[in-house]
Each structure stands twice: as structure tokens, then as C-alpha cells.
Design a protein around this ligand. Structure first.
Ligand SMILES: Nc1ncnc2c1ncn2[C@@H]1O[C@H](COP(=O)(O)OP(=O)(O)O)[C@@H](O)[C@H]1O
Ligand SMILES: O=P(O)(O)O[C@H]1O[C@H](CO)[C@@H](O[C@H]2O[C@H](CO)[C@@H](O)[C@H](O)[C@H]2O)[C@H](O)[C@H]1O
Length: 461
């Protein structure tokens, strides 16, 4: 194992974007190349991790190298490598080293190819080259840099061969002139190294650059502020407090419907048949089996969940299958002065890329957002699980905003998503199962949120 691979073995599991926390590593190998040789030197590494329980993942890790350690970069420090001549080089997370953030945009403007990496500007708008980028937050599955208030660069950490749906769908929705997206400015690909080292597959998408939406607030922040207002007003109902969110939820429903309509117009669609319903039910059951291995508390809901999934297998509900968002929640939408913007069309980061590009029911996204209203309403109950008054208010807030979202969706699309559809209920349950695994791995103190929802979903007959 190289000295760098040894350092990455310690460091990567501590990073939020590392998706396989808790799995034991069998081996780690890396291959890297230089993207920029000026100070600090910037290298990019494809890091292949294999696990003792089988399988493996490939991650992208950009590293900046410095001759001297810098106190201000302490939180980005990965470790020190000693060369053959005894000289030391200090490795830093290049996404948190501002001085190492300019080469990405310079190469995009120049449509460069550097080693195995290919830069593709979209050619539709100005790219602010020469400016350093600031990291958005480390609390995400990917890592984003904001350049001024003009562009946002998202590095996809876990690599898979094939075009990332975030790039593909943003490009399609721009062609459809949908007003609810931030335009794509470019993307970057890297040749995929298959296990035997033969670069014969499709390249993997490494990053995308989008227009930055200024003066916007994300839906999660706005919704949770509204919930806090309601909690602060012990005697008032959700529609009586200043921070009522229902009008925003209704507009968000309409924006979601508009995005679905345009995706169906410019990307493939197919009618759902009986086989598809049967496949959905089987996959939900399989996801549940796998999730119980990670979160044993799910076992007590298994019988109720399987009953819900069985109704999908028998469904004759007419649905069109189309491309969908795949992981729609309040943290994926921004409210601007003119309306809602939908972000991050990548799908659930834990799912294989091919399955995230499959045609699906738009109800998957409706269910995701309905789950998110539940999360927003209940996340503050984590600290006070016994507070029945707050639990009652949370329920009231969630119901009001879920209904408003459905009204907005149905007025814009002509389809009422929330009229007791068994498919929608099953998607909500499936999402809550996914969330249990996500929370167990990333935020165990929040595990009770999806677990409590499952109690309610499975007892509703
Ligand atoms: N175009 C944009 N304009 C402004 N902020 C953005 C934009 N895209 C993303 N963001 C901010 O960055 C956060 C993470 O972006 P997202 O695409 O959801 O990344 P991830 O895949 O890591 O979840 C969002 O919640 C939002 O606050
Ligand atoms: O990183 P992503 O935004 O792609 O999505 C992952 O992380 C989300 C949390 O940030 C997670 O969403 C879950 O928590 C949200 C509150 O933080 C809540 O609004 C969502 O409803 C809930 O699913 C998402 O599932 C995961 O894929």
C-alpha cells in the first residue's frame, strides 16, 4: 500500500461523503495525476476501496500538497508523506484549500483534457474563471464549492461509469426551458478504470458546474423556521401563526409538477404495466431485507411493510413511468424571490447509477417531499420525545403542508397525487426504510424520526 493510501484509509471514513461507514476495509489502492503544478500542487486520485464483506467503491479525492503545514488549514489536514530523499509533503483536502480551487474552472473554460480527466463547458453562459471557491458545507453526500455568487461546483465523490443524472437532467430541463432549475454551466468526466485496469467502460462524471442562485433560502431552513414559530405559539394553530408555510408548500407542489411535466416531455416515458408494479413490490421487499441487516429495529415493522408492498404488486393504478428526481426533499429546493428552484437530480446517492437512471413513477418524488414535511415537523421532537403537545402540533403542521403540496401539484398537473394511492403510500414507506439506514449510518440520534413514521404508516389501514 502506498503511503498516501495508508493516510486515506484513516481519513476517508471520517468524511461525511464517505458512504460505507461501518464496513471493514479489505484493501485500498489509489492512482493519481497532477491537475495543477503551481503552489499548492493539486493532484487528483481515484481511490479504490474494497470491503471484507465483498464489493468495493471508487472515490474521487483531490489533494493539495504543501511544503509547510498551515494552522488555518488544520481541519483539512490529511497527513504527511515523506519522499525517498527525506523531504516532507503535507497533504490537505483540496476542496477546503481555497488556493487549490481555481484550476477546476480554468480547465472548464479551456475545455481541457488533463490525463484521464475531460472538461466539458456547456457553452451557454460565462464561467467565472480565476476566482477561488469556498466550500458550501461538509454535511452533504458530495462536496460543493461556491465561486463568488456566480457559480457552484459540485464534486461527485463516489464514482461510477456513466453520465450522472444530475448533469443529464439539468441539461434536458434547460432544453425544455423549465424555470425551476439553475442552469448547467459545464461538467467534468474521468476515464473509468475497470478492476483489471482496462479503461474500456464509459467515463464517470466527476463534477458539474451550475449557476449559483443568489439570495435564496433552502426549503428545509424555511420549513423548520415555520415549525419553530408554531412551537413558540402554544395556543395558535398552524394557519394562525406568522410563519405559516402552506402557501410555499402549495407553490412547491406546482413547481414539482412543472419539473415532472418537462422531464416527461423531453426524456423517455413508458406506461407502467403489471410487471413493473410486481418489480417495484419485489424491490421494496428486498430493500427492506437489506435494511433490517443494518437497522434491526426495522424488523418489528416488517409485517406491516410487506402488507403495504403487497398492495403495489396487485395494483392496476394507471401511471406513466418517466425520469424523476429520485431523492426529492426540502433540502433540495431553494426559494428565490420569483419561486422555487429544484436542485440535485442525482437520485439517492447510495443506489447504483444505472438504477437511478431507470424510468420511475413521479409519485416517488411526491413521496420524498411528503416524508420531508414529516421530518421538518418532527426533528425538534428528537430532544423531547415525551412532549405530547408538541407531537400534536407537529402532526398538525405536517398534515397542513403535505395537503398544500398535493393541492399545488394537482392544480398544476391535473393529477391528484394524494387521493389514497397505494403506490404513494408504499413509496413513502420505502423512503422511510431508506432513511432508517441513512440515519443509522450518518445521524443515529435522528433514527427515531423515520422509525416513528413507519409506526404511523404501517398502522394506517
Ligand atoms: N445552484 C445553486 N445555487 C445556490 N445554492 C445551491 C445551488 N446548488 C446547490 N446549492 C446549495 O448547496 C447545497 C448542496 O447542494 P446539492 O446539489 O443538494 O448537493 P448534494 O448532492 O451534496 O446534496 C444545497 O442544499 C444548497 O443549499
Ligand atoms: O445528501 P443528499 O441531500 O443527496 O440526501 C441525503 O441526505 C439527506 C439529509 O441531508 C437525506 O434526507 C433526509 O433528511 C432530511 C433532513 O435533513 C429530510 O428533509 C429528508 O426528508 C430525509 O430523507 C436524504 O434522504 C439522503 O439521501
Amino acid at each position: 500500500m502506498s503511503a498516501l493510501a495508508g493516510l486515506l484509509r484513516e481519513w476517508m471514513p471520517t468524511q461525511r461523503w464517505f458512504g460505507s461507514k461501518g464496513r471493514e476495509w479489505a484493501d485500498v489502492t489509489e492512482d493519481g495525476f497532477f491537475l495543477d503544478r503551481s503552489e499548492p500542487v493539486l493532484s487528483v486520485h481515484r481511490v479504490r476501496v474494497t470491503y471484507t464483506d465483498g464489493g468495493g467503491d471508487t472515490y474521487l479525492v483531490p489533494i493539495s500538497w504543501r511544503e509547510h503545514q498551515l494552522d488555518e488549514l488544520d481541519s483539512a489536514f490529511i497527513g504527511t508523506v515523506t519522499g525517498d530523499g527525506g523531504q516532507e509533503s503535507h497533504a490537505y483536502d483540496a476542496m477546503r484549500d481555497r488556493d487549490a480551487t481555481t484550476p477546476w474552472l480554468i480547465h472548464l473554460v479551456n475545455a481541457s483534457t488533463v490525463g484521464p480527466m475531460h472538461f466539458h463547458p456547456a457553452g451557454v453562459a460565462y464561467i467565472p474563471e480565476g476566482m477561488p471557491g469556498d466550500i458550501v458545507s461538509t454535511e452533504q453526500s458530495n462536496t460543493s464549492l461556491v465561486y463568488g455568487s456566480e457559480a457552484i461546483f459540485k464534486l461527485f465523490r463516489r464514482l461510477e461509469p456513466g453520465l450522472n443524472p444530475d448533469v443529464e437532467i439539468h441539461d434536458a430541463l434547460r432544453r425544455a426551458e423549465n424555470p425551476h432549475i439553475a442552469p448547467l454551466l459545464g461538467h467534468i468526466e474521468i476515464d473509468w478504470l475497470s478492476d483489471d485496469g482496462d479503461p474500456s467502460n464509459e467515463p464517470a462524471t466527476v463534477a458539474m458546474l451550475q449557476t449559483f442562485v443568489p439570495n435564496a433560502s433552502d426549503g428545509w431552513r424555511l420549513a423548520t423556521a415555520s415549525v419553530r414559530d408554531l412551537y413558540a405559539e402554544g395556543d395558535l394553530h398552524a394557519d394562525e401563526v406568522g410563519g405559516d408555510f402552506a402557501a410555499d408548500s402549495e407553490r412547491l407542489g406546482a413547481a414539482t409538477a412543472s419539473v415532472h411535466k418537462d422531464m416527461a416531455a423531453v426524456l423517455p416515458t413508458e406506461p407502467a404495466d403489471r410487471d413493473w408494479y410486481a418489480t417495484m413490490a419485489r424491490q421494496m421487499g428486498e430493500r427492506l431485507d437489506a435494511a433490517i441487516e443494518v437497522v434491526p429495529q426495522l424488523a418489528e415493522h416488517a409485517e406491516g411493510l410487506r402488507r403495504i408492498y403487497a398492495t403495489v404488486a396487485e395494483s392496476t393504478e394507471p401511471t406513466v413511468r418517466q425520469r424523476v428526481h429520485g431523492d426529492l426533499h426540502l433540502g433540495q429546493v431553494l426559494r428565490t424571490a420569483t419561486g422555487w428552484i429544484v436542485l440535485d437530480f442525482e437520485g439517492e446517492p447510495a443506489r447504483p447509477l444505472a438504477s437511478r437512471r431507470e424510468l420511475d413513477s413521479p409519485m416517488r418524488d411526491v413521496a420524498g417531499m411528503l416524508r420531508s414535511f414529516d421530518y421538518a415537523a418532527r426533528h425538534m421532537l428528537v430532544e423531547q420525545p415525551e412532549d405530547t403537545q408538541r407531537a400534536y402540533r407537529a402532526q398538525e403542521w405536517a398534515e397542513r403542508n403535505r395537503a398544500a403540496f398535493c393541492t399545488g401539484y394537482s392544480e398544476a398537473s391535473g393529477l391528484d397525487p394524494c387521493g389514497g394511492s397505494p403506490l404513494l403510500r408504499a413509496f413513502e414507506a420505502d423512503k422511510a426504510v431508506y432513511e432508517c439506514v441513512y440515519e443509522a449510518r450518518n445521524r443515529p440520534h435522528w433514527l427515531m424520526i423515520p422509525l416513528d413514521s413507519l409506526s404511523r404508516l404501517t398502522s394506517r389501514d
